[in-house]
Design a protein around this ligand. Structure first.
Ligand SMILES: [Ca+2]
Length: 278
């Protein structure tokens, strides 16, 4: 089952404990009956690599089919239990400059490189890319529609079943194996996929460039959340994962930042979700 196209930005859904229990049981029932629905590995501190189904679109962008599941979102003492009832296809890489230029006709990036992540893009630029990518003849013919990930989808995909500070464990000293960040980047972006992926096969979820999410920013609401999409109103958007500019603490899986999104800086990029397809 795939997320509907043009998913509306609705308010965070709060459900009480009883409702949560019902949803949880329902999700278990659905996952148990649908053999085609990939199942989330059990959350762990050291998730074993999972061979998730991969697809490639008409301009060579790769996607992993992320399974439904439950996880604890956030960190640093502020976290929420989240259930994602819809599987989704997450970009394996940050959108590259070559891909962005092919779709948008321009490359605003400061650190030029066809396979480097596009940067200096605001939230609306990222949304526009999704719209124009969806309108490419080959994508339209295939029924594929693209959007930004919700913040919950982004963190769920980043954690890849882990409950630790990072997708590979607790120690920031290992971050250099997985991320371009202040300690090893030389103050610039690097080609996507140059470091190790997380256990779901996603690269650069920590570092390289920050990644815009679909949601407006709001403090985490209380209660259990199901398929949260952020508040309906608000002046800031969520951006995740940190960048080549910053130290390791900002790359933690649960770290969130809010920005107006009007102007993209040279460490602001994104990856996309393929939300439907034949
Ligand atoms: Ca990144």
């Amino acid at each position: 089952m795939l997320v509907a196209a043009n998913k509306p930005l609705t308010t965070w859904v709060n459900v009480n404990l009883f409702q949560s229990a019902v949803v949880f049981v329902a999700v278990l029932a659905i996952c148990g009956c649908d053999q085609g629905q990939p199942r989330a590995p059990v959350a762990t501190n050291n998730a074993a690599p999972a061979q998730l189904p991969e697809s490639t679109n008409s301009i060579g962008m790769k996607f992993k089919l992320i399974p439904t599941g439950m996880f604890t979102m956030g960190g640093g003492g502020v976290s929420r239990k989240v259930t994602l009832t819809q599987s989704f296809q997450m970009g394996v890489h940050e959108v590259t400059q070559a891909q962005y230029e092919q779709v948008m006709g321009v490359n605003p990036s400061k650190f030029k490189g066809a396979n480097n992540p596009v940067e200096t893009v605001g939230w609306e630029d990222a949304v526009d890319f999704c719209r124009k990518l969806s309108e490419l003849p080959a994508e339209k013919a295939a029924g594929r529609v693209y959007r930004l990930p919700t913040e919950a989808e982004w963190e769920y995909a980043c954690r890849a079943g882990t409950t630790t500070n990072y997708s590979f464990g607790y120690k920031a000293t290992d971050l250099g194996l997985y991320a371009w960040y202040a300690v090893n980047s030389g103050g610039r972006t690097h080609p996507v996929g140059g470091k190790q992926p997380n256990s779901w096969g996603l690269y650069d979820m920590h570092g390289n460039v920050w990644e815009w999410c679909q949601d407006r920013f709001a403090p985490y609401p209380s209660g259990f959340l199901t398929d949260p999409t952020g508040p309906e109103v608000g002046s800031h958007r969520v951006i995740r994962g940190s960048s080549y500019l910053l130290s390791g603490e900002f790359s933690r899986s649960g770290f969130r930042r809010k920005l107006t999104g009007v102007i993209g800086l040279d460490d602001h990029g994104f990856r996309v979700v393929l939300s439907s397809g034949k």
